[in-house]
Design a protein. Structure first.
Length: 759
């Protein structure tokens, strides 16, 4: 378990960090580890549990003839037997999956480092990078560990997202291979067949015929037509022609195979209304001067239509220069950027209102249940005790544990909270035989990581005072339990990213790096903590000893943090043009670019300049009110209409998902939705057994095959320069014209500017 956990933590974290700086990107998910690690665990047993060692008396007899050889052979045999302790089982499998779940996501702190070094041109030493990454990644454990009695142990905290994983462990270890709509092929053979096909096919869109990836075929007929590029382009357009042959484009916002169809329809509804209807109307009417910029771009612009040069409004100490700002330009956003901020504002408010309307009673009931369970627990209640037969007899205990893992049917009926809360929680009773991870471990983690954080913000030129760091952690601590309860009940994650940006912008105006670091400590501590709490619940379901689970999570986090810093700095040195439009193989750092723009808006210019009185984008603040009000009439209309289609409208999902634009384009959403419709609606209805057996495996195979293909193509052909000079129509046609050049609808003459004269 330890070897495989560290191996997958290293491979997953390095691969995802590598891809995070690329567009289109791909992320290998922990589901891949869940599937791939199982045959490796079985191979471990197969090779290490052989019985071909000579009997002990034979070895002793042989030792007299060749004592040194015999001794060495004996030591190797003992070492092999030491490695072969126990057998590969569901608990070890769960631990490797938890370590992958912790480590596969790229650390948000690496984005901060990219922004500092590549965009702000600020020096960042390796020591600073390591301390920032480790402290921000590990602080989340504190909040997860200290809130276990509220978010993990109560039976009402079901965490629906963990149930699919628990069911997969049971299915894999039973080694079932039932026929599914005429298909008898095992999951493993299916996985490797799809994986090999995805790997081989990627050579077409990734190397030989890249036009298949950026399939802006409509613009090929009129490459210089701005309107055609705006509407049908896939680089700087709205992507109204939903077709691509690159899985990296299809799965850029997440695998469509793992997204429920109802959620995808909400996303498409938002895309059509906001990006395909409102955006063109606003753009061609030049609302907020948007027609002087591309209709879609991850950059922000000045009043000449050029990319905003943030260096002109910063001092040498990376502080906001008000006079230089007045002499230069206001910050202007492309229309899709404006609408993206609007829907994020609305989505944040809608999430609170939607949750209160639809789940308020259940959450309140579960909150009281958590308080009652907390009050009823005696000190040290997780210590080993004598009890029922399954706690005294291992075989019966293992049988009981297997029965205790919830099924998918239980997951689908999880909103029946009264039933879940009325029965005795068998998980707590079975977990009592393990020593609990003491609160002091989590408190020590908090104190040590906070001390490191204070050192980072005070010693390095971040311009965030120590009490700013404590304010970020205070925001996280106040909102963590409510966010965790919402996630545990509804499987909807409420991000505090914008709240942290706004508060940092108000409290520390004119400090862009301070804004980024404040957001990292506040937002990532919350996001990581929620992820860790979900893993603790999975460990609760799978009966993993809490102390082992703590160790697994901590080791995986440290390994992934060190790995990502190493890979990041290697890329800075060895990838030509990284984080620039001229970067090879698409390594333009699109996600970091978006976060950098956010630091300009909230950190450099500040909320008062951007959303204050007489500001250009003052009207965007009304999105908060719209998002807060809209769920109420929908709830009043549909609460008693259980079969009505209006009941399936989920405004937080509808609004929140569009936050991917930019850097995502309409193509990424539309093709994603088409694939989701085919698999999670058509195939699910017409071949439900096939869908249940193969869909998750198909998603993992496509993701991992694509990832391996990108690595081979980049390091085998592009990076060494093998393909230098390789050009033909299929490598150049998609780069021609306004889509690739990001043309604006209106243009300025020499020396002309748009926007207000004074600001």
């Amino acid at each position: 378990m330890w070897v495989l956990s560290i191996l997958f933590s290293f491979l997953g974290s390095s691969t995802n960090l590598f891809f995070s700086l690329r567009y289109p990107s791909v992320a290998i998910t922990p589901v891949i580890a869940l599937l791939l690690v199982h045959p490796l665990g079985l191979l471990w047993d197969f090779f290490l549990k052989r019985s071909d060692d000579p009997p002990e008396e034979f070895v002793d007899g042989w030792r007299s003839e060749n004592a040194s050889v015999t001794s060495q052979r004996s030591k190797l045999a003992k070492f092999r037997l030491w490695l072969a302790q126990g057998r590969w089982n569901e608990k070890e499998h769960s631990c490797v999956y938890v370590s992958s779940n912790v480590s596969f996501g790229f650390a948000f702190a690496t984005d901060v480092i990219v922004e500092q070094t590549q965009f702000y041109k600020q020096e960042a030493t390796i020591t600073y990078q390591l301390l920032l990454t480790l402290s921000t990644q590990i602080l989340g454990y504190t909040f997860a560990g200290l809130t276990r009695r509220f978010l993990v142990r109560p039976s009402g905290m079901i965490w629906p997202g963990t149930l699919m994983s628990a069911a997969m462990f049971t299915t894999l270890h039973k080694e079932e291979n039932k026929e599914a709509n005429g298909w008898k092929i095992s999951r493993w053979k299916f996985f490797f067949a799809v994986w090999f096909g995805a790997f081989i096919f990627y050579f077409l869109p990734g190397l030989l015929f890249p036009a298949l990836s950026y399939f802006n075929v409509v613009t090929w007929f009129a490459p210089e037509n701005v309107v055609v590029a705006n509407l049908f382009g896939v680089v700087s357009g709205l992507g109204l022609f939903p077709l691509t042959f690159d899985w990296a484009q299809i799965a850029y916002i997440g695998s469509p195979l793992l997204t429920p169809f109802w959620a995808a329809m909400n996303v498409v509804g938002g895309l059509v209304i906001v990006m395909w209807v409102i955006a063109p109307i606003a753009y061609y009417s030049n609302w907020l001067y948007s027609a002087y910029m591309p209709i879609l771009s991850a950059a922000v612009f000045d009043n000449t239509g050029n990319v905003y040069d943030v260096g002109r409004v910063l001092t040498d100490d990376f502080m906001f220069d008000k006079e230089a700002y007045s002499n230069y330009s206001r910050v202007f956003l492309p229309i899709t950027y404006v609408l993206s901020y609007s829907v994020q504002f609305a989505g944040l408010a809608a999430l609170l209102t939607h949750t209160v309307c639809w789940h308020g009673k259940d959450i309140w009931r579960q909150w009281k249940r958590s308080i009652e369970e907390t009050a009823g627990e005696t000190k040290g209640s997780y210590q080993p005790v004598t009890g029922p037969a399954e706690e005294r007899h291992p075989r019966r205990r293992r049988s009981s544990e297997r029965r205790a893992v919830p099924s998918l049917d239980a997951a689908r009926s999880s909103l029946s909270v009264d039933n879940l809360m009325s029965r005795e929680d068998v998980h707590n009773r079975l977990m009592r035989r393990y020593k609990d991870a003491p609160m002091m471990w989590y408190l020590a983690t908090f104190v040590s990581m906070t001390a490191i954080g204070i050192f980072v913000v005070e010693y390095y030129p971040i311009h965030l005072p120590w009490y700013g760091l404590l304010l970020a952690l205070a925001i996280c601590s106040v909102l963590f339990i409510p966010i965790g309860i919402i996630m545990a009940v509804t499987n909807q994650h409420s991000s505090i990213y914008l709240i942290c940006q706004l508060i940092a912008g108000v409290a520390f105006p004119g400090r862009p790096v301070a804004n980024m670091v404040f957001v990292t400590y506040g937002y990532i501590s919350s996001a990581q903590g929620i992820k860790f709490a979900a893993d603790l619940k999975l460990g609760h379901y799978m009966k993993i000893p809490p102390r082992i689970l703590f160790s697994v999570q901590m080791v995986a986090t440290v390994v992934s943090s060190l790995t990502q810093i190493g890979v990041l700095n290697w890329m800075f040195v060895n990838v030509p043009g990284i984080c620039t439009p001229q970067a090879i193989n698409g390594f333009t750092c699109p996600i970091a670019r978006v976060h950098f723009n956010g630091s300009i808006l909230w950190g450099v210019v500040g909320p008062s300049e951007f959303f204050g009185p007489n500001a250009t984008y003052r009207s965007l603040v009304w999105a908060f009110a719209v998002g807060a009000i809209l769920p109420i009439p929908l709830w009043l209309y549909s609460r008693k209409r259980k079969d009505g289609i209006v009941r399936k409208i989920n405004l937080p999902v509808l609004f929140g998902s569009l936050g991917w634009i930019p850097p995502a384009t309409g193509l990424n959403f539309s093709v994603w939705a088409v694939v989701c419709f085919v698999f999670n609606y058509l195939i699910k209805r017409r071949a439900s057994a096939w869908w249940a057996k193969y869909t998750m495996t198909l998603s993992a195979a496509l993701d991992s095959g694509l990832a391996f293909g990108i690595v081979v193509v980049f390091f085998g052909f592009i990076y060494p320069g093998v393909t230098k000079g390789f050009t033909w129509w299929g490598t150049e046609v998609y780069k021609a014209g306004c889509d690739w050049q990001a043309c604006s609808y209106l243009s300025l003459g020499e020396g002309e500017r748009f926007g207000p004269e004074r600001w």
